[in-house]
Design a protein around this ligand. Structure first.
Ligand code: ATP
Ligand code: MN
Length: 468
């Protein structure tokens, strides 16, 4: 085969230098035609769009053409020509075709179109080759780039927090332990408790649930930082919004108060959504057509409108009023209890009809590090609630007063030996500061319109599921 430099299809489809010799490589989506001419739709993953290869059957042997079936991989040399067919502007008149690998018509699982998303999860190693997952993961890459660009251009430093941790910032219970001990032969003390002194780290350690505590160390020295990395939660519940391994973005900013934190959260999400609308147009349009007709309208709405800000207490009043007017919720609404997803979605989708930022939650249902309000009952927490998703961001202004922080840690059972280093930030040069955690896959759900969080991460980890 003649050596011609490869063009990726996303670039090729923009070319207009008709008559040039070109090479493309990719996977066959479909092949159709008659005994004189064949049309191969070739995709290489660079775009949702295929390039059409026009094959003059007389120019090729049977042996060459027979294995060109859905899923086969090819290299094609040919001439770039203007397309007469509708739906594309250029196509390739084939001169030479090399088949790298065949895909057996009987056994290739993506032979037929229209598989359910549930079935595709069982073949997550191949689902990447479908239009849907090609689109989702190109958008995922773009969202990662948007996030880094947003923070980098505004003077934030990308800070790496550890994945293995000796502390639990949210309170124990949902962490995965990390050990090299022989689980069949555990050394225990007289009381029957496991002795970790001979374990790898000489103590009990876990996978992180959040990089926040270490992020605060960085914010109170570098000023503005963000983390963007994997986090792990042994969430027992099987929901369409929870994973055991997910990615979190956590900005942390010295001298920011809760108001600044809310402004940052809104501006940051709007920037990411705008990026998706502008730079992932083909993929978003495809996903909208396939799964969610209102997707683009919803994305534009979020970009153009301020998020509604209100207190938890005001939110509870609205919910109680709704109940009085006959609205039925599954779970009760009481000041002091955490809001359920149905409550959050009522506020967002039915009452305000826009994203909502709820602040000033009861201190009992929030973490020890949140700044206490003067009322003695609430803390400077904020949750950003989104249509269809519920909570997309959780954050707060942090308690900067040493005594108040230490007192809350103690009251909530966080041992001093685990967080003495964290408390030191309040002993030496303490400053007001704020931050939040955005679940990357929750953002992905919103931007792609997909319904299940298992469909926006390449290889989902959930209870009883760790394949691939
Ligand atoms: P939820 O109430 O939805 O379980 P949370 O309050 O436990 O979330 P936070 O501890 O506030 O979550 O974490 C910050 C963000 O991380 C959340 O707003 C959400 O976007 C995301 N997140 C939390 N848990 C998960 C999970 N198991 N899978 C995917 N994303 C998650
Ligand atoms: Mn939360």
């Amino acid at each position: 085969m003649e050596k011609i430099e490869r063009t990726i299809i996303v670039d090729l489809l923009k070319r207009t230098d008709y008559g040039q010799k070109v090479n493309v490589k990719g996977w066959v989506r479909t092949r159709r035609g008659n005994k004189n001419v064949n049309f191969i739709a070739l995709n290489d993953g660079s775009t949702i769009n295929n390039v059409q290869i026009v094959v003059d059957v007389a120019k090729f042997s049977d042996e060459t053409l027979k294995p060109i079936t859905t899923g086969a991989s090819l290299s094609v040399n040919g001439t770039l020509v203007q397309s007469m067919g509708k739906g594309q502007t250029v196509e390739i008149q084939a001169d030479e075709i090399l088949v790298y690998g065949t895909a057996d018509v009987e056994t290739y699982p993506l032979q037929k179109k229209g598989h359910t998303l549930e079935y595709l999860r069982e073949i997550a190693h191949l689902r990447l080759r479908t239009n849907t997952f090609g689109a989702v993961f190109r958008v995922r890459h773009n969202m990662a780039m948007a996030i880094h660009t947003y923070f980098h251009e505004r003077g934030y430093f990308y800070f790496h927090t550890p994945l293995i941790t000796g502390s639990d910032c949210e309170g124990a219970g949902q962490m995965f332990q990390v050990t090299t001990k022989n689980l069949y032969n555990l050394k225990k003390d007289d009381a029957g408790k496991i002795d970790y002194s001979d374990d790898f780290f000489g103590k009990s350690v876990s996978l992180t649930v959040s990089g926040q505590l270490e992020g605060e160390l960085a914010a109170t020295s570098l000023g503005k930082i963000y983390t963007f990395g994997p986090t792990f939660r042994a969430e027992n519940s099987n929901t369409p919004r929870h994973l055991a391994e997910f990615w979190m973005i956590e900005p942390e900013v010295a001298f920011n108060e809760l108001e600044d934190n809310m402004t940052l959260a809104q501006d940051f999400i709007q920037y990411c959504v705008r990026w998706a609308l502008e730079k992932c147009t083909d993929d978003i349009e495809f996903l909208a057509k396939m799964y969610d007709n209102d997707l683009i309208e919803r994305l534009k709405f979020v970009v153009d409108n301020d998020f509604k800000r209100l207190t938890y207490t005001e939110g509870i009043e609205i919910l109680k009023e709704a109940i009085k007017n006959g609205h039925k919720f599954e779970f009760p609404v009481d000041w002091g209890t955490d809001l359920q997803s149905e409550h959050e979605r009522y506020l967002v989708e039915e009452y305000f009809k826009r994203p909502v930022i709820l602040i000033d939650y009861p201190k009992e249902i929030k973490s020890f590090y949140m700044k206490q309000n003067d009322d003695g009952k609430t803390v400077r927490a904020m949750d950003v609630l989104f249509p269809k998703i519920g909570e997309i961001i959780g954050g707060s202004e942090r308690e900067e007063n040493y005594d108040k922080l230490a007192e809350r840690a103690k009251a909530m059972g966080v041992p001093d030996k685990d967080i003495w280093w964290y408390l030191d930030t309040r002993r030496f040069g303490t400053v007001p500061h704020s931050g939040f955690g955005l679940g990357f896959e929750r953002l992905m759900l919103f931007v792609t319109g997909m319904q299940n969080i298992r469909d926006v991460i390449p290889f989902p980890r959930t209870p009883n599921n760790c394949e691939f």
